[in-house]
Write a protein that binds this ligand. Structure first.
Ligand code: ATP
Ligand code: MG
Length: 161
């Protein structure tokens, strides 16, 4: 099962976070979100908004987990695991991270640089590809693989216009 929608243009970090926040409202237990895009594309900004939409308390500062690989955020409607695979070197390390278990569980998992290890999300996810169009402009492409991701994309509705 696959679904894609027209890309959406955002003009500022605030708009990117607002897009993420709307997705945060639409998430249900077990949803997986993969983020793809160059350094500085806005993946972490998007996840900051997503955390806000889940109701993660503002004091739980959402930063790029590049050095820790996984940051867990509690206190929201659902637990959010924010993963960054940029510095992961070998697929074997995924097992050490316990990513399969996280992805099979009832929490929400958002993974930056998910395209580096495609096997992680083999069972379906909502993939967001962020492209830089100008200094502060970004284009966001969304594609859903699997039933729950397709349902999430539909609930999100951010792309319906
Ligand atoms: N429209 C926009 N959306 C998102 N970020 C933007 C936008 N315009 C400018 N920016 C800036 O771009 C940077 C995006 O940084 P961010 O950490 O979110 O990128 P990233 O994709 O997570 O990078 P990395 O791969 O290094 O983790 C921020 O400094 C942000 O202020
Ligand atoms: Mg980041």
């Amino acid at each position: 099962m696959f679904a894609a929608v027209k890309p959406v243009d955002v003009a500022s970090p605030e708009e990117m976070a607002a897009l993420g926040e709307r997705l945060g409202h639409a998430l249900v237990a077990g949803d997986l979100v993969g983020l793809v895009g160059d350094l500085g594309a806005g993946k972490t900004v998007f996840v900051q908004g997503l955390a806000r939409g889940l109701g993660v308390p503002a004091e739980a500062h959402v930063t790029s987990p590049t050095f820790t690989l996984v940051n867990d955020h509690v206190g929201g409607r659902l637990v959010l695991h924010h993963v960054d695979l940029y510095r992961l070197e070998r697929a074997a390390e995924l097992a050490e991270l316990g990513l399969d278990e996280l992805c099979a569980g009832d929490d929400v998992v958002a993974i930056e640089w998910c395209d580096r290890f495609p096997s992680v999300l083999a069972h379906g996810h909502l993939e967001l590809r962020l492209e830089r169009t100008s200094e502060s402009g970004r284009r966001v492409y969304a594609a859903a693989r699997g039933e729950s991701a397709c349902a999430l994309l539909e609930r999100w509705g951010a792309f319906s216009a």
